[in-house]
Design a binder for this molecule. Structure first.
Ligand code: PLP
Length: 448
């Protein structure tokens, strides 16, 4: 089955004329897989509908936010009520207090500050960590993406990996033109899951390190779960050296589990990050993100303290209303549904790829998962880059042709929602055998 994409193609041409690459965020383009991105005109539950009238099971979920599926009636009703009251006032509002209380109740943060994107959240958390500690060096891991913050655009996972930019280890050089060397020369880049490298970094530079930032469970090089105890080790070594441990839960927050990745490790093992960043799910499909943490650190933030940070639309009443409605609806049952659908898809995907003789590894952290087209477990970015992108290209298009919209990059997590019911899951299962065969053929062609 091949869908007509005439209208999407025409729109893509128009978009190219007025927007670089025809998209407003690079991974949306099909650069890594070829072909035309579909222009979506509506979505409901687990389904996307494009401008040509084609329907797809959505395994992107807006790159994470749509935990409850699209157009959830209760979220929509809350947003409609809020919109009727006006859309932005530039004053404090009720929903931002309520959302802050909800997040403070669910996570180990004492105080939280809202911003409009995950990029702003990590950028601000790093400024605060530097302001609080009076130190300059920051540590990140190769393959972890924290948004397009200049100082963090070094070995930054999916987007850059998809675009084939060179990646660097150690004190970083910029991962993209446009970032001055001075912006990354205080950024130390280490291999993920490598405790020896972290120990060496702190032994060599401990008194200069303001913070270590990590994705709580990386999802931007595909899903690479932290080795057991790795996040606890990071929290401990930061504390021992007077550095702050910044856990980036923009992707995992309220998604990997009800309490995010922290619910799977910190809450169980009894430790807390100094700062956390959130985004995606907490905005309910609107531009909202946040950073929060220890009261003594957060109180350094303006206007309470001297570290400046601000935003015209921060804590926007529509976005915080959508986020609050989403979090209040994100019950244990929601996560169980997502987990059950995920298990079914993971098992069927592995079975189809095995039957087609395609090397693969399915990796998960909580309800997040992804499939690597490689035969070894993936522990870090070097391992992730062994994934067979030619095989993924074939797999991706065969799924798309059968009505399943996967991320158009081999280095991304696959996202589900609680609206992925039996019909949606069955559509994915029905597409898998042919997609696995296509992956086998593309892998062969890729080696010719
Ligand atoms: N941090 C993580 C872990 C992310 O996955 C992302 C985006 O995918 C960001 C930060 C940046 O968020 P945003 O795209 O909202 O700027």
């Amino acid at each position: 089955m091949t869908f007509s994409t005439a209208r999407s193609s025409a729109l893509f041409d128009r978009a190219w004329a007025v927007t670089p690459g025809g998209v407003n965020s690079p991974v949306r383009a099909f650069n890594a897989v070829g072909g035309t991105p579909r222009f979506i005109e509506s979505a409901a539950g687990a389904w996307l509908r494009d401008v040509d009238g084609n329907e797809y099971v959505d395994l992107i979920c807006s790159w994470g936010p749509m935990l409850l599926g699209h157009a959830h009636p209760e979220v929509q009703a809350a947003v409609a009520t809020a919109v009727a009251r006006g859309t932005s006032y530039g004053t404090p509002t009720v929903p931002e207090v309520e959302l802050a209380e909800e997040i403070v109740a669910r996570t180990p943060v004492d105080k939280i500050r809202f911003v409009s994107s995950g990029t702003e959240a990590t950028m601000s958390a790093i400024r605060l960590a530097r302001g609080f500690t009076g130190r300059d060096v920051i540590v990140k891991f190769a393959g972890c993406y924290h948004g397009h913050v200049d100082s963090l655009l070094a070995s930054a996972g999916s987007g850059l990996a998809t675009l084939g930019q060179p990646q660097d280890i150690a004190f970083a050089t910029p991962g993209t033109p446009g970032v001055p060397a001075s912006s990354t020369e205080l950024t130390l880049v280490l291999p993920y899951n490598d405790t020896d490298a972290v120990e060496k970094a702190f032994a060599d530079h401990g008194d200069r390190i303001a913070c270590l930032i990590t994705e709580a469970a990386p999802g931007n090089m595909g899903v690479v779960p932290p080795a057991p105890g790795f996040n606890r080790f990071l929290a401990t070594i930061c504390a021992a050296n007077g550095a702050l441990f910044v856990s980036d839960e923009v992707m995992t927050g309220f998604r990997a589990s009800r309490l995010g990745q922290w619910g799977l490790d910190g809450a169980v093992e009894g430790w807390q990050p100094d700062l956390m960043t959130f985004g995606k799910v907490m905005g309910g499909g609107f531009p909202a993100a946040a950073f929060g943490g220890r009261a003594d650190v957060m109180s350094q933030l303006s206007p309470e303290g001297p570290v400046y940070q601000a935003g015209t639309l921060s804590g926007n009443p529509i976005a915080t209303t959508a986020g609050l409605a989403t979090l209040r609806l994100a019950t244990d049952e929601v996560y169980e549904r997502i987990s059950t659908a995920g298990e079914t898809i993971k098992e069927a995907c592995a079975a189809a790829l095995t039957a087609a003789g395609v090397p693969h590894v399915v990796q998960a952290s909580g309800t997040m998962f992804s499939v690597f087209f490689t035969d070894q477990p993936v522990r870090d970015f070097d391992d992730a880059q062994r994934t067979d992108t030619a095989a993924y290209r074939g797999f991706f298009h065969a799924m798309l042709d059968r009505g399943v919209y996967l991320p158009p990059s081999a280095y991304e997590a696959w996202f589900l929602s609680s609206a992925h019911d039996d019909r949606a899951v069955q559509t994915v299962l029905d597409a898998l055998p042919a997609a696995a065969s296509a992956a086998a053929h593309s892998a062969l062609e890729g080696t010719r």
